[in-house]
Design a protein around this ligand. Structure first.
Ligand code: SF4
Ligand code: SF4
Length: 512
C-alpha cells in the first residue's frame, strides 16, 4: 500500500509546499490516495464520453459530484469515496487507472489552477441543479477539460484552458445567482441576530440553500429553532427564508472555529457541503453530527433521501427536541444582504457619494477565512482602511471584520456583504454598472481594488473568473498557491498584476 501522499491543493499545504505525510486538514494518506484515484477515473470516464458524446447525463452528474467531493474539507469518509470509485469502475468498465504526474512545473501549476477551478465550478453547478438549474454547456466543459487534461503539454494551450475555466466560472456563478434569486428572491438589507433564543436549535452549515429550505419547512411547527453557521449566514438575506420565524439567527463565525463553537451549541449540527473540521476525539457534539450531499465524515449520520429526491430531516429534528437551547456566545446583530440587486437599488446614493468625494474607494475583500495566524492581516487591513473606503465582501472572509463596527458613509455601511463566495458575482455586476454610469472604457479605471483571501478551490474559480473578466492588480493572500512555479507566478504578475499581500502598512499605501 502506498503510504505516501502528495497534496497541495489548498492554502494550508504543509510548509506552504505540500502535505506529504498527513494533511493539515485532517486527510490521511489513504484518503488522499483514494481521492487521487477517483480524480484519475474522472479523466478516463470523460475521455470515454468525449469519444461517444450522446447521452451520458448520469455520468456527467457523477463527474460533477465527484469533483465536489475532491474539494478540501468536503469529504473525509473513505467508504463514501470507495463507493464513488466503484461506480467509476462500473461506468468506465476499467479496474485500474494509472497515477498521473505532470513533470513540467509550469504546466503542472496551470493544471492545478484548472483542476481547482473545476472543483469550485462543480460545487456551484451542484447547488444550482438542486434548485432546478442545470447547464449542459458547463457539464460538457468539465468533461472536455478532464478528457484532455493529461494531454495538455504546452503553456499556450494550458493558459487558454485557464482562461476558458474562468469564462465558465462566470457562467456558473451567473447560473447559481439566477437559481438562488428566482427561488428565494433577491437578497435585501438585513440585520441578522447573533444571539440565541430559549428553544433547542439545529445549526446548519455549508452552502446549500435547497437543503436549508427543506429543513425550514419540515421543522416549522416542531418547537425547534434553526441557526445558520459560517457561509450559511447569507440565507437570512433572502425574502423567502425571512418568512420562517424560527430561522433564529447566525451562531458563531467562520468554519475553522467550529471545534469550539459547536461545543456550546448543544443541538444537532448539519453539514450540507464543505467545510468540515474533524471533531476532536472528546468532542461533546460527536453524536449530534449529520451530513448530506457530497460532504461526509466517518460517524456522521446521513440525511435520508426520499424516492422523489427530497430529503427527510425528521431524525435531526427529533434529536434537536431532546437538546437544550444553545449557549449564548455573542449578542447583537450583523448586517448584510448587499447583493447586486440591493446595491443597484442604492446606486443613486452610491454614485452621489462617489461624485462628492465621500466615497473614495471600494476594496473587494471576498474569499475564505482560515485558521492561520497571519490571516490577522485581513482584520487589521479592514480596520486600518481610511474611513472613506467601502469594503465589498462575500464568502467567509467577512468574519475577520464584519463585527468591527466600521460605521457608514452617509448611510452606506462601510462593509457591504453580498453573501456566499459565489456571490462575488455581484461585485462583477455592480462594477459593470458603475463602469457604464461613469462611461469608462476599462473596468480597471473604477476606484475598486481587489484584496482576495483564498483557502480552497471555490476561491480559485472566483479568482479565475475575475481574471477572465479582465480585472487587474488583484492581491491574493495570505499566501499565493504553493503550486505556482516561479515562471507562472511571473506570468500572473506581468499579465494580470496579481501579487501576494505584504504588510498592512505597505498594502494600504498600494491601495491608496
Ligand atoms: S487539502 Fe490542503 S491541508 Fe488537506 S492535504 Fe491537501 S494541501 Fe494539505
Ligand atoms: S468561503 Fe471557502 S473556506 Fe469559507 S466556508 Fe465557503 S468554501 Fe469554506
Amino acid at each position: 500500500m502506498n503510504t505516501k501522499m502528495y497534496c497541495n491543493q489548498c492554502e494550508e499545504a504543509a510548509g506552504n509546499k505540500a502535505c506529504t505525510v498527513q494533511g493539515v486538514c485532517g486527510k490521511d494518506y489513504e484518503l488522499a490516495n483514494l481521492l487521487d484515484e477517483l480524480k484519475e477515473y474522472l479523466k478516463v470516464l470523460s475521455t470515454q464520453i468525449e469519444n461517444d458524446p450522446v447521452g451520458h447525463q448520469k455520468e456527467k452528474r457523477f463527474i460533477m459530484d465527484s469533483l465536489f467531493k475532491l474539494i478540501t474539507n468536503a469529504n473525509f469518509n473513505k467508504e463514501n469515496i470507495r463507493k464513488q470509485i466503484a461506480l467509476a469502475k462500473s461506468y468506465t468498465k476499467r479496474d485500474d487507472v494509472v497515477a498521473y504526474e505532470e513533470e513540467n512545473e509550469d504546466i503542472n501549476a496551470l493544471k492545478s489552477l484548472i483542476m481547482g477551478g473545476l472543483m469550485g465550478m462543480a460545487a456551484y453547478h451542484s447547488h444550482a441543479i438542486h434548485l432546478g438549474y442545470e447547464d449542459q454547456d458547463i457539464h460538457n466543459f468539465m468533461v472536455k477539460t478532464l478528457a484532455n487534461f493529461n494531454e495538455l503539454h504546452d503553456l499556450e494551450s494550458a493558459l487558454a484552458v485557464v482562461d476558458e475555466t474562468g469564462a465558465y466560472g462566470v457562467k456558473v456563478m451567473a447560473l447559481l445567482d439566477k437559481a438562488n434569486t428566482t427561488s428565494y428572491g433577491n437578497p435585501e438589507i438585513t440585520n441578522v441576530n447573533i444571539g440565541v433564543g430559549d428553544r433547542p436549535g439545529i445549526l446548519i452549515s455549508g452552502h446549500d440553500l435547497a437543503d436549508l429550505a427543506q429543513l425550514l419547512e419540515q421543522s416549522k411547527d416542531s418547537g425547534v429553532d434553526i441557526y445558520t453557521h459560517s457561509e450559511m449566514l447569507p440565507a437570512h438575506y433572502y425574502p423567502k427564508f425571512k418568512q420562517y420565524s424560527h430561522l433564529k439567527g447566525n451562531y458563531g463565525n467562520a468554519w475553522w472555529k467550529q471545534t469550539t463553537e459547536f461545543e456550546t451549541f448543544n443541538g444537532p449540527i448539519l453539514f450540507t457541503t464543505n467545510c468540515i473540521v474533524p471533531p476532536k476525539a472528546n468532542a461533546s457534539y460527536k453524536e449530534r453530527l449529520y451530513a448530506t450531499g457530497n460532504c461526509d465524515y466517518p460517524g456522521f449520520k446521513r440525511i435520508p433521501v426520499n424516492s422523489d429526491g427530497t430529503k427527510d430531516f425528521s431524525e435531526v429534528i427529533a434529536q434537536a427536541k431532546t437538546c437544550t437551547a444553545p449557549t449564548e456566545i455573542e449578542t447583537g446583530s450583523i448586517t448584510g444582504g448587499f447583493a447586486h440587486n440591493q446595491v443597484l437599488a442604492l446606486a443613486d446614493t452610491v454614485v452621489e457619494n462617489i461624485k462628492n468625494g465621500s466615497i473614495r474607494k471600494f476594496v473587494v475583500m471576498s474569499g475564505c477565512d482560515g485558521r492561520k495566524r497571519d490571516r490577522n492581516y485581513y482584520e487589521n487591513f479592514a480596520a486600518s482602511l481610511k474611513d472613506d473606503a467601502i469594503i465589498l465582501t462575500s464568502g467567509c472572509a467577512k468574519y475577520r471584520y464584519n463585527k468591527l463596527n466600521l460605521g457608514d458613509i452617509n448611510g452606506v455601511p462601510r462593509v457591504l456583504d453580498a453573501g456566499q463566495c459565489n456571490d462575488s458575482y455581484s461585485w462583477v455586476v455592480i462594477a459593470m454598472k458603475l463602469q457604464e454610469i461613469f462611461k469608462l472604457n476599462d473596468i480597471n479605471e473604477l476606484p475598486i481594488s481587489f484584496n482576495i483571501a483564498w483557502y480552497e478551490q471555490k476561491a480559485i474559480i472566483v479568482l479565475l473568473s475575475l481574471l477572465h473578466l479582465g480585472i487587474k492588480d488583484i492581491k491574493v493572500g495570505p499566501s499565493l498557491p504553493s503550486y505556482l512555479s516561479p515562471a507562472t507566478a511571473n506570468y500572473l504578475v506581468e499579465h494580470y498584476g496579481i501579487s501576494g499581500i505584504n504588510t498592512v502598512e505597505q498594502d494600504l499605501t498600494t491601495f491608496g
